[in-house]
Write a protein that binds this ligand. Sequence first.
Ligand SMILES: [Fe+2]
Length: 286
Amino acid sequence: MNPTVKAFFDPATWTVSYVVYEKPGTSAAIVDPVLDYDPKSGRTRTESADQLIAFVREHDLRVEWILETHAHADHLSAAPYLRQQLGGKVAIGGDIGVVQDVFKRVFHLEPEFRTDGAQFDHLFQDGETFAIGPLQARAIATPGHTPACMAYQVGDAVFVGDTLFMPDVGTARCDFPGGSAPTLYRSIQKLLSLPPHTRLFMCHDYPPAGREPAWESTVAAQRAGNVHVRDGVTEADFVALRTRRDATLEMPVLILPSVQVNIRAGELPPPEANGVSYLKIPVNAL
Ligand SMILES: [Fe+2]
């Protein structure tokens, strides 16, 4: 059964969020929702998330799942806001504890901060199957960009997270804590071994000059033309290329706010005595 996929592109963070469902009036999952965040003022807004909500209501969808492909470093997750508005279980890869452990230390978080993923409603294991109403879905572990990355397959559609990008852009970076280029290569091979017509939905697009943003590809198109991992590129070739490129990349603008919030399943840190929630900036630590 091939699902309907509705994409929402956020030009501020180059992120694509999705609503996946069979047809109006049935169940749905939301993938990688964005909470708008202005780093200059420290203000959050819900315009992006409200577009998802409007779409879900217009199509009379019942949200069963809010799926995170990983703890994002470039945007804050709107998962808690969407769950409050629409319901659904917030889920992420079962190895999220590894990421929480690293960043609990980086941010010197409160001792009670748990690093077993307890902030999420569900933790997926590799190969675990689940239902979105009548749709059959499966979690596919795709570590490399982070140790806890998951792709989600729903019928012939796969939400690949930060693994592959569009063929002319290549692949996700592997230089964050716990990232690994050889591991990403093997994860990508798992995705590229799916049937050629499988639809692949990217988590981001960084279009080259002159191309409009795009987010949907296929296994066949990636194997034929991905600039980093098309057929014939060996693991050693990929690792050399990925490592060279990662050495040139700056940190994402929102990495510090994003990670602190996203390892809490999208919740802000506990408010201080004055009722205000604060984000931390570790100086000379990353
Ligand atoms: Fe990412």
